[in-house]
Design a binder for this molecule. Sequence first.
Ligand SMILES: C[S@@+](CC[C@H](N)C(=O)[O-])C[C@H]1O[C@@H](n2cnc3c(N)ncnc32)[C@H](O)[C@@H]1O
Length: 213
Amino acid sequence: MKSLTDNASRKGGVKQDPAERYYEAVAKLGVNEHLRLALGLLDDSLEKVAVDCGCGTGRDTLYLLGEGFVVHAFDRNSKALEQLRHSTASAGQTSLISSQQSFEQFEFPRAGLINASACLYFCSPSAFDQFWSRLVKSLLPGGIFSGHLMGANDSWINSKRPPLTWHRESDLAQMFTGFDILHWDEYDGEGETAIGQKKHWHTYRIVARKKLD
Ligand SMILES: C[S@@+](CC[C@H](N)C(=O)[O-])C[C@H]1O[C@@H](n2cnc3c(N)ncnc32)[C@H](O)[C@@H]1O
């Protein structure tokens, strides 16, 4: 008998892949808390230009647009971007610059805020260091990074293919030299994904301000 649980479920008889199920599940959740926090700490004098990495269907992008930012939102999933463009078009939103791109290739514009929620661990490990140095370079002095990174104990590390990018705390300390840490929390425990699959999560939520030159 075919199992419907792991890779797909059915909605109205149509197979849904895990990404679609994820986007549907988070649509109800609204903005990620760390981004709300980051905005509250952002220097008002910085240009209101933001990047939303791995934006998905845009739960964070929509919030940033609503707060008056020009948002460069990218993701490799074309269907998610289509949905995001549809939401913004119906809201008459014109400050969205969206593109179907990957972490591995994205060229950042200069930005006051760079957000990356629940996604950077999907960057190829061999491309991550270059991705991170492009990100840091493009962030304006005084600008803020907000997002998640994966720790060494996450159960996906041994089960996901292609391999995920994860960091030890010492790697993170190195990555954030040149930043003041404004918020840092760690979750290392059992939990579930947005679509209800049980797993061990080990993630860091970080909000950090790039030091002035
Ligand atoms: C768990 S979702 C998070 C989406 C959104 N940031 C949120 O908080 O709801 C991860 C996103 O990363 C995107 N993604 C995965 N690998 C990627 C890559 N190599 N380059 C760009 N986006 C990628 C996926 O398409 C997906 O939309």
